[in-house]
Design a protein around this ligand. Structure first.
Ligand code: 5CA
Length: 445
């Protein structure tokens, strides 16, 4: 993309409504624009990152054997009356009436809708296990929407639902989700710690929240410092291997890590003092096993191998896809702007022409642009007739992890500069080598 032809409405001043850094940078970098309280338009740069995150979530869900589908944003109230949640959900639910007087609602979560699909089409244990998921807009009329996409009213969420014959099978689905979520967050450059949590209005005995540590997080968390030393890394996971998934769950959840809702001070105090940590965190996902709560209410049964009708065991599992943009920025920025991890960056590499109009500089930039594009990467070429200082500040703000700087002085010696946004370190290389290096960096991502 050439910046002269793109739509990147960067703000020079700090917007006064933004209280935390991720909100400030998302507005300043022209990623989002508030449409009304807690509701945002996704401008081109914001949409690019949202899609990258969505794509990682899809890939990891499909890898775990889960099946994507799409349900509507509007639902009929009838199903929610059947499950008994219509009145209980309270004011967070946005309710409306259609022209025929039928009560409708904007989906805050889809346990009822997916169970209705299940009961219409599945009747035998032979069709299990089954996990369906979607990545779809949700609406919750939060009393205090704030911090930009962190606590929106309209937000993009991955919600998955497993249907299993037995509790054991459903707990394997729970473990599979835990493992796939760990992989998902790690691919985004995030450490998200599973913590024992409260099940809230979804209900159920088993639930973990995934928290990214950040001072601006809304949740208070308590943990053993050793949990921050564990990562999934490159290990091979076989999602059908019950023991392996259970092993990963135990590895990641045996040490003390809880949100304030389930915190037990007496237990925490038994840890050696130097390992006790209390901090704040951003909840980027939650998994639940709730047994037959919904299948009992909505009559989602299958015939088992004895020919008997039994209710299916279920769980639901969510990832805050739009919230993740905020969480990543909170975890990865400096005072100049965002620093995108390579896995989610909107463009792979910036190209800054410090002397637009100089024949040699223009030609070198074109060559680099074409070579990166031909290698399957997306560069952002700042080809505007602007001062170099302004171009650098803009690139730093939008946070592309790599920048190639091209100017007549370097070109006289046959070199351009390759700079890492994270370390600020630069290297002088020939244009060909700079391209090769960027291509190599992204080869493994
Ligand atoms: N039905 C379950 C799982 S599918 C569910 O709704 N879980 S949830 O309430 O925990 O939401 C899943 C994730 O969505 C949360 O972990 C959080 O990351 C994200 N989320 C929830 N509310 C908001 C909000 N108001 N703004 C942005 N993201 C949100």
């Amino acid at each position: 993309m050439r910046l002269s032809r793109y739509f990147l409405p960067v703000l020079k001043e700090n917007p006064s409504e933004a209280q935390i850094v991720s909100h400030r940078y998302m507005l300043r970098a022209g990623m989002i624009k508030q449409a009304s309280a807690g509701i945002y338009s996704w401008l081109p740069l914001g949409l690019k990152v949202l899609k990258k995150i969505e794509n990682i979530v899809h890939e990891e869900q499909v890898r775990a054997g889960h099946i994507p589908m799409l349900m509507p944003t509007l639902q009929s109230a009838d199903l929610w009356r059947e499950s008994g949640r219509y009145d209980g959900y309270g004011k967070e639910m946005l309710r409306m009436t259609d022209r025929h007087g039928r009560e409708m609602l904007y989906t805050p979560t889809a346990e009822e809708l997916v169970t209705d699909i299940f009961r219409a089409h599945v009747s035998s244990y032979k069709d299990l296990p089954l996990t369906l998921y979607q990545i779809q807009w949700k609406f919750r009329d939060e009393i205090r929407p704030r911090f930009g996409v962190m606590r929106g009213r309209e937000f993009f969420m991955k919600d998955g639902y497993n249907f299993d014959l037995t509790k054991e099978d459903a707990l394997h689905a729970y473990n599979r989700h835990l493992v796939s979520y760990l992989r998902t967050y790690e691919r985004m450059g995030l450490q998200a710690i599973p913590m024992r949590a409260d099940s809230g209005p979804i209900g159920g005995d088993y639930t973990h929240e995934f928290l990214v540590l950040a001072e601006t997080g809304e949740s208070e968390v308590f943990y053993d410092s050793q949990v921050t030393d564990i990562s999934l890394g490159q290990r091979e996971i076989d999602y059908d291997d019950v023991a392996q998934c259970q092993g990963v769950l135990e590895e990641f959840t045996s040490l003390y890590a809880r949100t304030d809702e389930t915190h037990v001070a007496a237990e925490f105090d038994e840890l050696p003092a130097d390992r006790r940590r209390s901090a704040r965190g951003i909840e980027v996902g939650q998994i639940f096993y709730f047994g037959t709560t919904y299948s009992d209410k909505l009559g989602a049964n299958v015939v088992n191998d004895q020919g008997k009708q039994v209710p299916v065991h279920m769980g639901s599992h969510g990832i805050g896809v739009s919230r993740l943009l905020g969480a990543i920025i909170e975890a990865s920025h400096d005072d100049k702007g965002i620093i995108w991890p390579e896995g989610v960056t909107p463009f792979h590499c910036g190209i800054v022409n410090v002397r637009q109009g100089d024949t040699a500089a223009d030609a070198a930039c074109e060559g680099i642009y074409k070579a990166l594009t031909a290698a399957g990467l997306e560069p952002l070429y700042d080809d505007r007739d602007e001062r170099a200082g302004g171009k650098f500040a803009g690139m730093d703000l939008i946070g592309l992890p790599w920048r190639i700087t091209v100017g007549p002085r370097g070109l006289k010696n046959g070199v351009v500069e390759l700079t890492s946004r994270r370390t600020g370190e630069s290297e002088e290389l020939t244009p060909e080598l700079a391209v090769a290096k960027v291509v190599e960096i992204y080869a493994g991502i």
